[in-house]
Design a protein around this ligand. Structure first.
Ligand SMILES: NC(=O)c1ccc[n+]([C@@H]2O[C@H](COP(=O)([O-])OP(=O)(O)OC[C@H]3O[C@@H](n4cnc5c(N)ncnc54)[C@H](OP(=O)(O)O)[C@@H]3O)[C@@H](O)[C@H]2O)c1
Length: 283
């Protein structure tokens, strides 16, 4: 091993938790060079893994691909440092800046963006929508176009306006219904859980705290516009994934405009995909 270079996405840990320290293994195997994409913000590590290796004579290179997304490491770092899930705001908009038409389902994605959206569902622990989106679009929010699991589905339903025949409430994956007051007949089971929370100004922080307690490390906020705006106003977001289609709606529900740093832009057929990172909290 003494001629090899180890490439890792996250700083090797230097403490014995559920498993022994990675740095011990690196030193025992006499690996002379380690290249690290992201530092680990867990308080027990936070640069100490690098320091320990350097002190032991290992050449350590950090900051590789720093401007690119390193999703697993970013999710972990947000979760341990902010004690909330990593939050992705995801929406599709027409080229003239609308997300939809009130009370009517409008498709603003092509087959490529749909596959990518489902890949995201496989990679993220949970996905959330507002009440109007659940009512208008009746989305299943399961992962059907990529391999792997479906995320935990979360729907806001302050006044229990959602009828029980919605796909979200009909199995297929686990759903949490967040409400201000449960109804008499509301009963949680393996696939459906009712959660009572105060719908006050701390709702989203309290919900994120609950997700943290349940070790849900990542969340996609899939709309609608009102719900995404609530997250933006609280600066509760880490990245925004925006699909822009060439269609023009002319009027309707205005898409939000997250003030982020553009980190990637791709063309997916006729759709454009833009990825923004939260500029207030760049890492
Ligand atoms: N293009 C896309 O990517 C996309 C994605 C999703 C949806 N859509 C479209 O967007 C439209 C729906 O968007 P929308 O903006 O009207 O509604 P929405 O965000 O789906 O739902 C808004 C409702 O959810 C509840 N809510 C959400 N966040 C809350 C918070 N922080 N505190 C309290 N209540 C909260 C409130 O219900 P109460 O009023 O009952 O309290 C609020 O009126 C639909 O037409 C849908 O087709 C488009």
């Amino acid at each position: 091993m003494d001629k090899s270079t180890l490439f890792v996405s996250l700083e090797p840990c230097c403490f014995h938790g559920k498993t022994p320290a990675c740095t011990d293994l690196i030193l025992r195997e006499r690996i002379p060079k380690v290249v690290i994409a992201s530092l680990d913000e867990t308080p027990e590590v936070a640069g100490k893994g690098v320091e320990l290796l350097r002190n032991a004579g290992v050449e350590v290179v950090t900051g590789i691909c720093a401007s690119q997304t390193n999703l697993p490491s970013d999710i972990r770092n947000v979760f341990v440092s902010k004690k909330r899930p990593y939050i992705q705001l995801k929406f599709a908009q027409s080229v003239d800046g609308y997300m939809g038409t009130p009370g009517k389902q409008v498709w603003l994605s092509n087959q490529f963006s749909q596959v990518l959206a489902h890949k995201g569902r496989a990679e993220f622990d949970s996905i959330l929508v507002g009440t109007n989106t659940a009512l208008t679009d009746d989305p299943a929010l399961t992962n059907r176009h990529w391999f792997g699991k479906s995320p935990l589905r979360i729907v806001l339903d302050r006044h229990r306006r959602l009828p029980s025949n919605l796909q979200l409430l009909q199995g297929g994956a686990t759903t949490w219904v967040v409400t201000q007051k449960m109804l008499a007949g509301d009963e949680s089971n393996d696939l459906l859980r009712f959660l009572e929370l105060d719908f006050d100004e701390h709702l989203l922080e309290n919900l994120m705290g609950l997700l943290f307690e349940n070790r849900i490390t990542s969340l996609i906020v899939e709309g609608g516009a009102f719900t995404i705006l609530q997250f933006l106003q609280k600066n509760l977001w880490d990245e925004a994934v925006i699909f822009t289609t060439p269609a023009r709606l002319g009027e309707g529900i205005l898409a939000p405009t997250p003030m982020g740093r553009e980190v990637a832009k791709y063309q997916l057929g006729k759709d454009a995909l833009t990825i923004l990172r939260n500029a207030v909290d760049c890492r």
